[in-house]
Write a protein that binds this ligand. Structure first.
Ligand SMILES: *Cc1c(COP(=O)(O)O)cnc(C)c1O
Length: 360
């Protein structure tokens, strides 16, 4: 059997634990578990099967929704980008999908479609992020049209999305929360505002449905607290192995561009993982990896298939030793900081070369 080098171990129990943490933070809200982008890179099927206790699932696109429907027959599925043309509406009926209406053209498509069964919809209002959503002053007229539309199964859920909840002190948060609170909406209509960061930082935003994504995967959504401080467990541990060890001389240079030079005679380890697997190429020298429970620094540039590390602090390291790139014992948030990106991007961009293994 082929022995894989890059492996993403997905811990099903951690996913389930994190869902329970969401319930602790938002005990009175229903949970729309966001599993877009292949379950934030953890594998849509794995995540969907692990999180069957969620009240509904959300994905980004119609394509993802159809994939998810082949995995779960009866769970409600919300399509965050909604429909784009008449055939999408027919798919929503055929596969029982709930589109978000974020633009007037989408309501027009639904109004003029010929449907046997009405579809359940979510209506997205722009409260200040200025990405998707109708404007607050369009809401009354849109709701009036929805009230008349035979093709819409009521009630519609009113939703919006926050731009800065990861930075709780940001002034934009209160502005968006007030705008959402002030919307002229029948009190009986269900509402949804909070992503992971808002679930944690703003308990007043929970309303009827919360929409956690990143925290389900055990990654902290807020800048000022770590995942472990929030009681979250990393669901993905990315691993590889040492595939070579070299004794080099003072002054020897490592890797492309010869950007790192040995300050003394020393040993260098080579790991079978690189940006071709999804490890960030911009992780600089000094970024930690975990070998036999000890952190050692990356030295030199990350290349497509390989990473080099300084083994001076780990004289017992041997070819074949397991290396953890992030996950258990090495928070992905730290690696993201080193590479000047966010953990969301790191988990989403693992490539097809990485083999997935489930642990539970
Ligand atoms: C992706 C997404 C979420 C989840 O956001 P997290 O920060 O991952 O919790 C919630 N709502 C909408 C509309 C989204 O697009």
């Amino acid at each position: 059997m082929r022995t894989p080098q890059a492996v993403a171990c997905i811990n099903v129990l951690s996913l389930q634990h994190n869902l329970k943490q969401v319930r602790q933070f938002a005990p009175d809200a229903k949970i729309l578990a966001v599993i877009k982008a292949n379950g934030y890179g953890h594998g849509m099927e794995t995540v969907a099967n692990a999180l069957l206790d969620a009240d509904a699932f959300a994905v980004g696109t119609m394509q993802e929704a159809l994939q998810l429907r082949s995995i779960t027959k009866d769970k409600a599925i919300v399509v965050l980008q909604g429909i784009f043309d008449a055939s999408d509406i027919q798919q929503c009926v055929a596969y029982n999908l709930q589109p978000v209406i974020h633009s007037e053209y989408q309501l027009e498509l639904i109004e003029t479609a010929k449907l046997d069964t009405p579809i359940r919809c979510w209506l997205k209002v722009d409260t200040g992020m200025h990405r998707l959503g109708i404007q607050p002053d369009q809401l009354t007229s849109m709701l009036g049209r929805i009230q008349q539309a035979a093709n819409v199964d009521r009630p519609v859920t009113i939703m919006s999305h926050m731009a800065c909840a990861d930075d709780p002190a940001h002034v934009e948060n209160q502005l968006q929360i007030e705008t959402f609170d002030d919307l002229e909406v029948d009190e009986k209509l269900p509402r949804s505002l909070a992503n992971s960061a808002a679930i944690i930082a703003f308990s007043g935003t929970h309303y009827d449905w919360v929409r956690p994504g990143i925290m389900l995967y055990g990654i902290s959504p807020v800048q000022d607290r770590t995942a472990s401080e929030l009681g979250l467990q990393p669901a993905m541990t990315l691993k590889s192995r040492l595939i070579a060890i070299h004794q080099l001389m003072q002054g020897d240079c490592i890797g492309y561009g010869a950007t790192w030079q040995c300050p003394e005679d020393m040993s260098i380890g080579v790991i079978g993982m690189g940006y071709g697997d999804g490890y960030p190429r911009h992780a600089p020298s000094g970024t930690p990896v975990l070998i036999n429970g000890k952190r050692v620094p990356v030295v030199g540039r990350v290349s497509m298939d390989l990473i080099t590390v300084d083994l001076r602090e780990l004289p017992g390291a041997a070819v074949g030793d397991e290396v953890i790139l992030w996950g258990e014992g090495l928070p992905i948030e730290e690696i993201a900081d080193e590479a000047e990106t966010i953990a969301y991007e790191l988990v989403c961009r693992l490539t097809s070369r990485v083999e997935y293994q489930l642990v539970s």
